[in-house]
Write a protein that binds this ligand. Structure first.
Ligand code: GTR
Length: 426
């Protein structure tokens, strides 16, 4: 998880210039300038009838909403392969001073050995008796960035430098640079495993017309790019998370029915989309995911659909750009993405200074998912008003806005562990 204060202001500025600044439109950072809007009702079917029971939600409304997000926002992903080939290429029962067992696993998310090599790093707590719940998250800078462990393999694929700049070198200097954002020792001490994959192993994060990464392996004969309703990079990263779960299901020390998927920022958008599609994820965490993640698109606060599509044309499916400066026409809004995770626990976290991601819009989306969570028999989000800074609310939907900026802070981890203790620990 990145969002180090070093590159965040730069990338926000780049996104602003590329997306709206050049057109002379200032982003909205003032509640008084938020346009009036009406949210689509998650419990109303396209044919106008109301969802009144869990059965109608499961069999009719949920599939309908999923299809709308596929067609208009993230694009459809390929069906899962019959088998995900994997090899444990390195392991040690004495990692991190004896705290953990480390496994480094290479798998191929396309289902065909030799197409794409994805490295997964897995730590499991040695103190555990029996299979453990695991946090699974993509990382921005290679598996070696999450903690200080010289044995972790460095990425061999595309590496980011800043936002979207292509650079092929992964260096020793990346080791441990994101320790603050991961809190690996604390997670392990609390009885959880932690698994991570470098997102660039699945699809490099720049607009190359989908010539590298996972997409080309799924092109039909003669196809050279995804169709307008087919997956972009967020869809690809989410697909990679599901394939990682396929692999984790084969580890007897992992309780694959208790895997929490989490992500920060663009990878928070990804975690939500992965959790919405793949009901095996037992818990979903969105950290500062913002536009195209937990934030309502119709508020147009901070980053907007138009700005994000112009700055990052590869993240969503091409159809999504039809809603640039046209959010009211969207057949869905992001509260319905959160609702697709129901009744499984979901956590939405904002940061006070992260206005670009629209903290209030993230809260309102969590609240907008609440009727679905309640229909399905949970306590939903136990708040009607946005809570004060650093006053978390934990129901089956969790929410907090913490002080500080765009990052995964130790405070966020404290909340995620407490939330996971409540929902995943026996
Ligand atoms: C920004 C982008 C955001 C967010 C962020 C990140 O440039 O505008 O939507 O995803 O990047 O991923 O850190």
């Amino acid at each position: 998880m990145s969002g180090t204060t070093l590159w965040w202001p730069t990338c926000a500025a780049v996104a602003w210039l590329a997306a709206g600044g050049a057109e002379g439109e200032e982003p909205i950072y003032d509640e008084a300038r938020v346009p009036p809007y009406t949210l689509p009702d998650p419990l109303q079917l396209a044919n106008g009838s109301r969802v009144r029971d869990a059965e109608t939600w499961d069999n009719e409304r949920r599939p309908e909403l999923l299809k709308l997000f596929e067609t208009h926002v993230y694009g459809r992903s390929p069906a899962p392969p019959a088998w995900v080939p994997f090899d444990v290429v390195e392991s040690s029962a004495d990692a991190l001073g004896g705290l953990a067992t480390r496994k480094q696993i290479v798998f191929d998310p396309t289902g065909h050995r030799g197409h794409l090599e994805v490295d997964m790093l897995l730590y499991l707590p040695n103190a555990a008796h029996g299979p453990v719940p695991v946090f699974l998250a993509l990382n921005f800078e290679g598996n070696a960035c999450i903690c200080d462990d010289p044995t972790i393999r460095l990425p061999r694929s595309w590496m980011r430098e800043g936002n979207g700049v292509v650079d092929h070198r992964a260096t020793e200097a990346l080791r441990g640079v994101e320790t603050r954002h991961w809190q690996v020792e604390q997670v392990l001490s609390r009885g959880y495993g932690i698994a991570t994959i470098y997102y660039g192993d699945i699809d490099p994060d720049f607009d190359d017309g989908f010539q590298n990464g996972i997409h080309p392996f799924f092109y039909r004969a003669g196809q050279t790019a995804p169709e307008a309703d087919e997956w972009g990079s967020i869809g690809a990263w989410a697909y990679g998370l599901s394939r990682a779960l396929d692999v984790l299901e084969h580890d007897p020390k992992v309780d694959a029915k208790r895997v929490a998927v989490l992500g920060h920022s663009r990878l928070g958008k990804t975690a939500l989309w992965a959790g919405a599609q793949d009901e095996r994820f037992a818990l979903v965490i969105s950290n500062n995911s913002g536009c195209g993640g937990a934030a309502l698109s119709r508020r147009c606060f901070g980053e907007t659909v138009g700005r994000i599509n112009r700055a990052f044309p590869h993240w969503f499916c091409d159809n999504f750009s039809e809603y640039n400066e046209n959010e009211a026409a969207l057949p869905v809004d992001q509260h319905e993405l959160i609702a697709l995770i129901a009744p499984r626990p979901v956590y939405v976290a904002s940061a006070e200074e992260d206005k670009w991601a629209d903290p209030r819009g993230e809260f309102l989306a969590a609240l907008g998912a609440d009727p679905v969570y309640r229909l399905l028999g949970t306590d939903g989000l136990p708040a009607r008003e946005m809570p004060a800074v650093n006053e978390p609310v934990h129901g089956t939907i969790g929410y907090h806005i913490r002080s500080g900026g765009h990052e995964v802070a130790p405070y966020d981890w404290e909340q995620y562990l407490a939330f996971a203790d409540r929902h995943l620990q026996r």
